[in-house]
Every structure is written in structure tokens, then in C-alpha cells.
Design a protein around this ligand. Structure first.
Ligand code: HEM
Length: 520
């Protein structure tokens, strides 16, 4: 663990010296033994000048932590002028890659006193490397883009490509063989679903749900169809694979329409073959397409007369995308797409004509499981934030944690995190030990039920978290931003990739397939 304290100038002062700086021209105070000179910051302080003047010359530690996140002090470190003589900072400043020391903030397998049968050295190495990568590169950009609504930068995409992060997001497979994954944290041939789970769960810690989808989620669900069903046209498959993994081009999955959400059989976008049989002419619309705004390729569900087919459509004449305003950030690049007489070579058909349902279904389990990984980890992050806040927030002359009603809420949140993570790990273990066809037969139901259950749990956790945080849980900046983001966005996971109700029903119907014929 590399946690440390804030880096501040080495000069020391006595508390008596600090006390003198409570004048019109000079305002100093102490936070965790560090001396701050805010005389030039009074005008710029978002909380106003008066509150800073009220604590001038005193120890403002309790007042500060009642209102700010510790990271504020990292950001404004140039206000620190030294420390109090003979005293030491006690508040930990986390470093990139650190595990949290807050109870229940990490899954059990990452908590030193607990053991797990599932995780090997390569999982632990990957977790560490992925956390450093997320803390250093993903989180700072996520925070900026989530706010501005701009899409992910080419710089970050290039970095993810070079580090093999883009490749790993697609899950285990041949596309990882021979690729250098985070400086050798794991060999591509050994990469299993637990490594995959780690990548999802670490990246979500940036706590920016719109950016999280904007950060190549379209590729995770779209490129898979090309990898699994592009074999009829190996040259095109190789080209698209290379372009997407190198970050040069972006791809998304375009299935959903205004007419048909989870009901993929009801699609109205049509693809009709030209008389010479060389092209399809595509007409129709798509709605809520993640990354559609900036994608170069659209893996598109079309009606080919006798059924559903899937076409790889490059951006070009007749393809138009425009952003849709949703409750999460425009950073997700959510699009409304129109296809207007778009000419697509027949070689761009993925899988068989009229049998596109298999192409789409081929990735459903992985997509839903990935969403469960992320939701469960985001739930834990929210719980961690609540534990920290309850520990430091003082109201009615007591810390929140001293109120039994708050402890009840936290107990429920912790139990939901632990139970869903355990269930996820059990399912992941089965996936690691099954062939693709066994997974298709046995895991569709359990994964559907897991995703349904964790988005219900997310609903409970969002609700309790906002109650614990009050107005801050509804405020996009400052201390409660993680809670606000989660509360505003957890619903995406209960709709995307199959609505809760559809998945619950699927889980039970799948189970009934194995029901013994005998009356029990
Ligand atoms: C070096 C010292 C300080 C810095 C750099 C600082 C910075 C900030 C920043 C960036 C915010 C915006 C909200 C956020 O991002 O969390 C804020 C809000 C605020 N600050 Fe400070 N602050 C400092 C010290 C203090 C102290 C000592 C007090 C009170 C005695 C105080 C009272 C407030 C208040 C009342 C708000 C508004 C909080 C809210 O809207 O919930 N600040 N401060």
C-alpha cells in the first residue's frame, strides 16, 4: 500500500503564529496539521469569503471535512505553506492504485484478511495494474468529459489500445493472444472471465456513468458480432478488427428502434437486395444507440423479409446520426440514426441472412454479465462513499454513523453488495469452466436473473444513499457527486441489455426448460 500524506512545503509554524493571521489582509488556518494561507483565495472560494474568515487563525479540520472531499486539498495544494511544528498529518491521501481501507469498500477477495478460491496471481496483478491505469488516466478524463459532455479523447483511446485495455474489454478470446496486456500483467492465453470481471469492475470506479458508456461500450457489444460472425469475409473482418483495436475507428451496435426496444423481432429497418444481388439497400431508423454519434461502423439489425439479419454498415452516404439527450452525460454519444437508401455490399452480412438473431444472441450473455459486474462495483463505491460520509458528517451534534437509523441503511447496502458480488463470482466461475455452447444452454437464465437482481439492488442503494446524503446526493459537484451520478444513472442498467422484467421472465422460462416432466 502506497498511501501517503499530502506533499506540502517543509516550513513549520507554531499554532500561536497561525492564530495571528486572522486579519483583514491575512487569513491562515490549519487542516490536519497543514497550514493554509487563503488570503488570495478568499474571492475564489466556491463556499464564499465569510466562512473562511470565520475560521481564520484556528484549526479548521472538522469544519473542512464536514463540507469537502479530501481531494479538494490535493487540487488546491498550492495554498499550503507548511505544517505545525512537531505534529504529523493523520489523514491518508490515496495514491494511484491504492486499495481502500474503508471496511467493505473492496470486494472480499481484495481484503487482506479474507481468502478466495477463485483468484490467482495474474488476477491480482491485473487488478493492481488496471486500478493504476484507471486512477491515472480514465478517472481524470471521465470527470472532465462527464461534466462537459464531450466524447472520449483520441489520446485516451490510443493509450487504452497500446496497453491492451481495448482488447481486454472484449473478454477472453483469440484476439488477446500475443497482445501485451498492461505490461504483461496477464498472458492473453490465460485471460479468463475473472480477468474480464476485474477490468469491468476497476474501470467503473471512475463513477461517471455516461462517460463509462462513451468509453467504447459500443465496441464491447458491436465488435463481438464481427469477431464471431465475420468469417465469411475474412479481409473485412481483419480490417475492422485492426481498425477498432488500434483505436483508429469506432464501432457500435445498432439494434434498438423507436418501434421495438427489447422486442428485436419487431424491427422495421429494412434491407432489400438490389436486382444484381450485390448490395442491400437499407432504410429505417435506430434509437438510443450508444456511441452512435461518433461511430464509423454500425452493426445493424435489419429486416430482410423473412427474418432478422445483421449488417456491418460503414458511415457514409445516407447514414445520419444525431445526439439524443438522455439523463446521463452526452459523453456517452447516444444517437438517433437514420438510414436513407444506404447501399451496403452483401459481403457485409454478418452470419446468415434471416438468421441474425443468432448473431445478436451470441453476445447477450456476456453483455449482461458485464453490466452486472459494473453495476455491482458501482453499488460498492456508493456504499463506500456513504460509509465515509456517515463517519465524518456531524449533524445534531453527532456523527451520522452514531444514528441507528443510518446504520440500518448501511447494513442493507453492505448486504446487497456482498451478496451480489458473491453470486457474480459463482456465475463467473461457471463461465470459466464451460464451453461457449454450454454457457449458451445453462448460463442465459442465471445471468439474466443476476442482472435483474442487481439493478433492483441498485435501486435500493441509490434510494438509501440519497437519504443519507440529503441535498448533496442531488448535487452534481462537490462531495455528493458519486451519489448524484449513481442515482441519476442506475436506471440505464435496468433497461439496457434487456429490461429487468424481460430478464426476470427469461430466467424463469429458461429454468422451466429443465423442469422434470414428472409431477412433483
Ligand atoms: C484550503 C481550504 C479550502 C479549499 C481549497 C476549499 C475549496 C472549496 C471548494 C472547491 C468548494 C466547492 C465544493 C467542493 O468541490 O467540494 C468549497 C465549498 C465550500 N467551502 Fe471550502 N475550501 C476550503 C476551506 C473551507 C473552510 C475551512 C470552510 C468552512 C469553515 C469552507 C466552507 C465551504 C462551504 C460552506 C462550501 C459550500 C459547500 C456546499 O455547497 O456544500 N471551506 N470549498
Amino acid at each position: 500500500m502506497s498511501s501517503s500524506v499530502l506533499e506540502v512545503p517543509s516550513k513549520t509554524f507554531t499554532r500561536a503564529e497561525v492564530a495571528k493571521h486572522n486579519t483583514e489582509d491575512s487569513v491562515w488556518f490549519v487542516i490536519d496539521t497543514v497550514v493554509y494561507d487563503v488570503s488570495e483565495f478568499l474571492d475564489a472560494h466556491p463556499g464564499g469569503e465569510a466562512v473562511l474568515r470565520q475560521v481564520a487563525g484556528t484549526d479548521a479540520t472538522a469544519a473542512f471535512y464536514n463540507l469537502h472531499r479530501h481531494e479538494v486539498l490535493q487540487k488546491y495544494s498550492d495554498l499550503a505553506i507548511g505544517t505545525i511544528e512537531g505534529e504529523k498529518q493523520s489523514i491518508i491521501t490515496p495514491q494511484a492504485g491504492d486499495l481502500s481501507t474503508v471496511p467493505y469498500a473492496e470486494p472480499l477477495w481484495l481484503t487482506p484478511q479474507f481468502k478466495s478460491p477463485y483468484f490467482k496471481d495474474s488476477h491480482r496483478k491485473l487488478q493492481k495494474a488496471m486500478r493504476i491505469f484507471t486512477d491515472k488516466y480514465i478517472t481524470p478524463e471521465a470527470l472532465e468529459k462527464e461534466r462537459s459532455g464531450e466524447i472520449v479523447s483520441q489520446e485516451l483511446i490510443d493509450r487504452m489500445s497500446k496497453a491492451g485495455v481495448l482488447h481486454m474489454r472484449m473478454g477472453p478470446g483469440k484476439h488477446l493472444h500475443g497482445v501485451n496486456l498492461l505490461d504483461g500483467a496477464v498472458d492473453g492465453k490465460e485471460f479468463d472471465y475473472f480477468h474480464d470481471m476485474i477490468c469491468s469492475q476497476e474501470a467503473v470506479r471512475a463513477a461517471c456513468r455516461g462517460f463509462q458508456d462513451g468509453n467504447m461500450a459500443g465496441m464491447v457489444i458491436g465488435l463481438t458480432c464481427v469477431l464471431n460472425y465475420g468469417h465469411k469475409n475474412p479481409a473485412l473482418k481483419a480490417k475492422v478488427e485492426e481498425e477498432c483495436f488500434s483505436g483508429k475507428k469506432k464501432i457500435c451496435l445498432a439494434i434498438t428502434e423507436a418501434f421495438a426496444g427489447s422486442d428485436v423481432a419487431g424491427l422495421r429497418t429494412t434491407a432489400k437486395k438490389t436486382p444484381d444481388g450485390k448490395h442491400y439497400i437499407v432504410n429505417g431508423t435506430k434509437k438510443w444507440i450508444t456511441n452512435g454519434v461518433f461511430s464509423d461502423y454500425f452493426v445493424t439489425g435489419v429486416n430482410t423479409g423473412k427474418g432478422l439479419s445483421v449488417l456491418l454498415i460503414p458511415r457514409g452516404e445516407g447514414v445520419e446520426t444525431k445526439p439524443i439527450k438522455t439523463s446521463y452525460s452526452p459523453a456517452a454519444g447516444t444517437a438517433y440514426i437514420t438510414f436513407d437508401n444506404v447501399k451496403v455490399p452483401v459481403e457485409n452480412l454478418l452470419g446468415e441472412e434471416n438468421k441474425g438473431i443468432y448473431v445478436i444472441l451470441s453476445n447477450f450473455n456476456h453483455e449482461r454479465w458485464t453490466m452486472a459486474c459494473a453495476t455491482i462495483r458501482y453499488m460498492r463505491l456508493v456504499t463506500e462513499e456513504c460509509l465515509k460520509w456517515a463517519h465524518q458528517r456531524i449533524v445534531f451534534k453527532k456523527r451520522l454513523i452514531d444514528q441507528p437509523v443510518i446504520r440500518q441503511k448501511l447494513a442493507k447496502m453492505i448486504a446487497l453488495c456482498e451478496s451480489h458480488q458473491s453470486w457474480l463470482e459463482t456465475i463467473t466461475y461457471q463461465m470459466c469452466n464451460m464451453s461457449y455452447s454450454q454457457q449458451a444452454k445453462h448460463m442465459g437464465g442465471p445471468i439474466a436473473l443476476l442482472k435483474m437482481s442487481c439493478t433492483r439492488a441498485a435501486h435500493e442503494i441509490a434510494d438509501e444513499a440519497v437519504q443519507i446524503w440529503g441535498g448533496r446526493g442531488l448535487t452534481q459537484t462537490g462531495m455528493g457527486r458519486v451519489i448524484e451520478n449513481f442515482n441519476r444513472t442506475y436506471k440505464f442498467d435496468s433497461i439496457l441489455g434487456g429490461a429487468e422484467e424481460v430478464l426476470g421472465d427469461l430466467g424463469v422460462r429458461q429454468a422451466m426448460k429443465f423442469m422434470p416432466k414428472a409431477v412433483l
